[in-house]
Design a protein around this ligand. Structure first.
Ligand code: FE2
Length: 194
């Protein structure tokens, strides 16, 4: 069975006005779909029923890795947002953030600044490295899975994620993501699986 584009976990206009329907329809329906289509062309029948994590970890550097990883990253990214998201995490995740960053405010600033200033295309992440939470960033398609880290949350900072709505103002997109879209329940669920 070929890899397929997962549906968005909300309607394509559900994140408006922070991310428009046009952005989601192009980002999901065109960009993400293209990664899935190219991945299937590259892996063919060899990877029938393969787990995406295994395909990412076993992929040859270049197009096979890039398309597999971008399929993984985008599938994860959609779930990192929710209509009426934002606010602050609760429970174990809030406690872990306070322990490893000092405060939610310090953590938010580090994630915000990392996403806003990453040079070029890539991703900002909250990860668990096996002993603690960390804010990291990766370029192009690279992802925590390849570095032995467990992803809890990501922000897509490729221009295609925000250019329609924010033009070149990536910091405004990052602020809107953290203020209005971030899905802390999903990050907390990921922490419970570490
Ligand atoms: Fe993207």
């Amino acid at each position: 069975m070929a890899f397929t584009l997962p549906p968005l976990p909300y309607a394509s206009d559900a994140l408006d006005p922070h991310l428009s329907q046009e952005t989601l329809e192009f980002h999901h329906g065109k960009h993400h779909q293209t990664y899935v289509t190219k991945l299937n062309e590259l892996v063919g029948d060899d990877k029938t029923n393969a787990d995406l994590d295994d395909v990412v970890l076993g992929a040859a550097p270049g197009p096979e890795f890039n398309n597999a990883a971008q399929h993984w990253n985008h599938t994860f990214y959609w779930r990192c947002m929710a209509p009426a998201g934002g606010g602050e995490p609760e429970g174990e995740l809030a406690e872990a953030i306070a322990k490893d960053f000092g405060s939610f405010g310090a953590f938010r600033k580090e994630l915000n600044d990392t996403a806003a200033t990453h040079f070029g295309s890539g991703w900002a992440w909250l990860v668990h490295d096996g002993s603690r939470l960390l804010v990291t960033h990766t370029s192009d398609a690279d992802l925590p899975l390849r570095h032995g880290q467990h992803a809890l949350l990501t922000i897509d900072v490729w221009e295609h994620a925000y250019y329609v709505d924010y033009r070149n103002k990536r910091p405004d997109y990052v602020s809107a993501f953290l203020d209005h879209l971030v899905n802390w329940d999903f990050a907390a669920e990921n922490l419970r699986q570490v």
